[in-house]
Write a protein that binds this ligand. Sequence first.
Ligand code: TRP
Length: 353
Amino acid sequence: MKQIILTGDRPTGNLHVGHYVGSLAERVKLQNSGKYDEIYIMIADAQALTDNAEHPERVRQNIMKVALDYLAVGIDPEKANIFIQSMVPQLTELTFYYMNLVTVSRVQRNPTVKAEIQMRNFEASIPVGFFCYPISQAADITAFNATAVPVGEDQEPMLEQCREIVHKFNTVYGETLTMPQIVLPSNNACMRLPGTDGKAKMSKSLGNCIYLADPEEVVREKIMSMYTDPDHIRVQDPGKLEGNTVFTYLDAFCQPEHFAEFLPDYQSLDELKAHYQRGGLGDVKVKKFLNNVMQSLLSPMRERRAQWEGRLPEVYEILKKGSEIAAETAQGTLDRVRHAMKIDYFTDNGLLK
Ligand code: TRP
């Protein structure tokens, strides 16, 4: 069986380092593993419109930004197809057919949908399109016969729901759709990276993100003012690691070789942590180390971004070509779906048979 990746992001803003450890890093790794026959990376503009219907410009202005984020982190357009969701109308048609296989109460039980409804104050007036986005996400995944879906932990309920739809479709209409597997980051700290303020999650509205596109100085400032242990006042005080954002980030980003390069007094993160807990290690020193770690990750991304920014017409072509290829693949699935559902009336004089 072909190994195929499909994943994507809503273009509602620049991508941040939470996206990177939560999912982008894994995609690049899988892309470069050579184990995948096809890779599709989707800019989910139609999904972004489900809660931005009155602000289409917000979605539009982020398409190129997200594309540049992808290219900056090392998504290789030679290996991966980057495309725009709404340019593949087959996805909408698949969604419409899958809607019949899902109950309203099942979508209401989806924890991610529940949380988003609360967050957006949609309780009394949920747009139908928004409500259906988990179903449209199942269309995204199945249209490309994806076997692997590398996403952040918050997308787990979507994958669960997609798998149910695949199972139901195949049971009712015969074996047609491919069952996808979720691919989560292996490191726990990467699952739900907190914002720089220590709040639960990085989010644009909270202003607590470090963006992949942030200049060096901005990243430094954000790190130097990061939330640590509020009771760690003097250097000699013992410090706490729980809820200490700087250490959570080190758990997510620090590699053993960073010590030799930036902090040779210590051998490992465990040793650094032990010293912090004992007392005698100041926040500034740890933050400076984290800054070096982050800059060493982000600076090659800045270089790649600058190169692509100088070639925007090429980026445009990548998206256009990628969307054409995606539409072809999705059409193949749609043909098989129509056949399975016995609505392929005009194929081979179907209606006459
Ligand atoms: N829901 C994802 C996000 O918010 C974007 C997305 C849409 C997606 N369709 C998908 C991710 C299919 C993986 C597979 O970022």
